[in-house]
Ligand binder design. Structure first.
Ligand SMILES: Cc1ncc(COP(=O)(O)O)c(C=O)c1O
Length: 379
């Protein structure tokens, strides 16, 4: 039905980390399996994250780990997922996984989902009776939109599929089910010979790519759609906003008409997988000069200098795995697990007064130096 191109693997995956974190333990990759009757497989009840670890002179560094894990917990909260996993525990687990992998760079994938209680199974849509499961895997992942894309840019189309409407599926949550919409956008783009599709929101304004946020440059000013355009509040998007601030490049969040894509000076995608990828044409219309523009290049350069640890980030964006491990091992391990459990109990609303105290202290420590994610939830 389709040509062989559609079956091409999107990205080179040279190494898969042979261990997976599961609920406080490291299990073998081969043992990380679920029952086919799990709720998640039938009703899409998962939330997940995608986090990159970069190679730096100080060893592997995880990019904006805390912000990703906070979004992970936010996604779980939106979907009323009750679970015992706390921010710090998830951050620690990711650092440990990367440390154990021995890799200098990789992609980290936490996933939480509604599983199956095999002794007391429940098969209905109602998700509440199903137990929660949480895993973190990792692999080395190449350039998401192709090796050359970062420099030369990609050819994209405007999708005939709209992005999710805010009151049907919340785009703010990074939920597995949202990616059925992303798959429609991506498949349509691929079968028509494009690298990616841009979806419009339900009002016809530009929303985002199937797995990326989008930025437009016009007359020296950078514009990106607001959260109200049904976008995922991207961590890379936030990083671009901060980088623009530090480079004194004017930036606004504003509704963008489809036609503005055709007359933009520059366009680029941002995302953990796609990083900063220039767009060189939309619907076969060249963007600007039909190649990476100068403002995109400046932002991209700053981004890669930050991720490689060569340039100071606007906040504490890099978690250095080797140093973190050293710092953590200095602490008595029982302290960590006690505060994690208290933290988790507190978040689920059934903590004791003591648990609340411990949890408050733990969150204060975990939150110190934390960057705000500069997105307004009410735009
Ligand atoms: C639909 C969608 N939008 C935007 C993004 C970019 O988000 P981030 O920069 O946090 O990876 C992603 C990737 O996670 C995505 O899947």
């Amino acid at each position: 039905m389709f040509n062989d191109d559609t079956k091409k693997k999107d990205v080179k995956t040279p190494t898969i980390v042979q261990e997976v974190w599961h609920d406080g333990e490291f299990i073998k990759w081969d043992d990380a399996r679920v029952h086919v009757m799990s709720h998640v497989l039938h009703y899409g009840s998962s939330i997940f994250e995608g986090i990159r670890t970069y190679k730096t002179k100080r060893g592997p560094a995880i990019f904006r780990l805390r912000e990703h894990m906070q979004r992970f917990l936010n996604s779980a909260k939106i979907y009323r997922m009750e679970h015992p996993w706390a921010l710090k525990e998830l951050c620690d687990a990711s650092v440990q996984l990367v440390a154990r992998s021995g890799l200098q760079q990789c992609y980290v994938r936490p996933i939480m989902f509604r599983s199956l209680d095999e002794e007391h199974p429940a098969f209905g849509v109602n998700p509440f009776p199903n137990p929660m499961a949480c895993y973190i895997g990792a692999w080395d992942w190449g350039k998401y939109l192709g090796d050359e894309a970062i420099e030369v840019g990609v050819d994209v189309c405007v999708s005939s599929w709209n992005r999710l409407t805010p009151n049907s599926m919340p785009a703010m949550a990074k939920a597995g089910a949202n990616y059925m919409n992303s798959q429609l956008i991506k498949m349509e783009a691929i079968v028509n010979g494009y690298a990616e599709g841009i979806a419009l929101d339900d009002r016809g304004y530009v929303s985002e790519g199937s797995g990326e946020n989008i930025f437009l440059v016009h007359d020296g000013k950078v514009v990106t759609p607001p959260l109200a355009s049904s976008i995922l509040p991207g961590i890379t998007r936030d990083s671009v906003i901060e980088i623009c601030r530090s480079l004194e490049i004017p930036l606004v969040e504003s509704g963008i008409q489809r036609a503005a894509l055709y007359v933009a000076d520059e366009l680029f995608f941002s995302g953990t997988a796609a990083e900063i990828t220039p767009i060189r044409s939309v619907d076969r219309i060249p963007v600007g000069e039909g190649r990476r523009g100068p403002i995109t290049e400046r932002i991209q350069k700053a981004f890669f200098e930050i991720t490689s640890g060569e340039r100071e980030a606007p906040g504490e964006w890099l978690t250095f795995v080797n140093e973190y491990k050293a710092a953590e091992s200095d602490k008595p391990s029982s302290d960590n697990s006690a505060s994690d459990k208290a933290h988790a109990a507190e978040r689920n609303g059934h903590g004791t007064a003591h648990a609340r105290e411990v949890s408050a202290a733990a969150s204060k420590a975990a939150d110190s130096g934390r960057d705000a994610i500069h997105v307004t939830l009410t735009e």
